[in-house]
Write a protein that binds this ligand. Sequence first.
Ligand code: NAD
Ligand code: SF4
Length: 441
Amino acid sequence: MGVKLLLEKAHVPGIRGYDVYRSEGGYRSVEKALKMAPADIVEEVKKSGLRGRGGAGFPAGMKWSFIAKPEGVPRHLVCNADESEPGTFKDRYLMENIPHLLIEGLIVASFALGSNATYIYIRGEYAWIVDILEQAINEAKQNGWLGKNILDTGFDCEIYVQRGAGAYICGEETALIESLEGKRGNPRIKPPFPAVKGVWDRPTVVNNVETLAAVVPVINMGGEEYAKIGVGRSTGTKLISACGNINKPGVYEIDMTISVEEFIYSEEFCGGIANGKRIKACIPGGSSVPILPANLLFKTAKGETRYMNYESLSDGGFATGSMMGSGGFIVLDEDQCIVKHTYTLARFYRHESCGQCSPCREGTGWMEKILKSIETGKGKMSDIDLLWDIQRKIEGNTICPLGDAAAWPVAAAIRHFRDEFEWHVNNPIECLNRNFGLAHY
Ligand code: NAD
Ligand code: SF4
């Protein structure tokens, strides 16, 4: 709480434009980084403990250090701006409000990784942000931060923006790479990881928008100073997009030492539950991560305070914990129906499955059908166990994480709210009443 590294200047009038951004200290990290050896920049990012902000939380410095040798082989940096995880809109906010921060981070990272052609792959629905980014890229180029021989270092770099066409799966890094190459966005089997064989079979690093923006404070402050913010392996700050039944939905920057309870109830952040209702549950990291009932949200199963960071949110594993994920924080009040909500997510994943592997292609379809039947009062008690079996057969048996992402919400909903599923089976008429409150707490 309190520390702002990414959004500190986001409300300065005119910050979207180059002149104001530069006058507020923008592009200092490029000046500093381009005097360093690329390997030293990677070392700073390693020291910072910065973890991938797209959802997986993989250490960014480690990922950068995987980029394949030998030197001289063309390699690429790709910025994953295909933000499509339901409940996640932090990258949109960052790109819309302070686009030069991303461009600055991209130039530093491109230099560190030796990428002369860097790509921003942005979801098609963010059409208006393409214009914002292209303007920022043009301004950076006009002012000598991009193009040939940047700052007389001999380093050349161009940034290209590529729009996706509306498929959630193209946010998965290998599907993104296929799409960038002009093919259908089908995920590839890993390994080989993109660091070895990425765009056009060249070594490629794919990083999320927020991760690349965070490279700017890492270089400005130095990795060690950055690592002092936050706690444990949750260093630095994290953007959280908060939505659902809260008083103040929005994008917030936190330093990962704040408790979940404080985040939800403090006026600085979510401002409490809307309409004076009680909280029922929360999905803390975007739709792919397990839902947590209120009794496991503020305290872990061990009775310890739960904090807004990678370790604390996952404390208890999937039995009693969840994940930080992408930071898409969805709050559900006491009136929300978990079965309906799970059905909505199942529909989404069935629609977005690319269909390459049968557990995902068939399983997501079956889960959607069964959930619809329970939700509309046509379900049987045995359907709940059938759902459980199907999600188990999907998890871990697919090419990409979309299969797991479809399975986990169903598993968590049954694990924590089985009585609500049973209630639907036992009360086929009443369950159609959307506002019928279910007394859980
Ligand atoms: P992952 O754990 O498979 O990979 C993490 C990153 O580390 C990848 O870039 C991968 O290439 C790299 N990596 C891992 N091991 C490596 C190795 N041995 N060598 C080289 N590189 C290696 O996860 P993922 O598929 O990147 O992401 C999954 C997450 O994405 C989910 O947990 C979900 O939270 C999130 N997600 C986010 C959005 C969004 O809109 N932000 C959408 C969908 C899913
Ligand atoms: Fe496609 Fe689903 Fe298999 Fe991923 S898990 S490759 S989305 S079918």
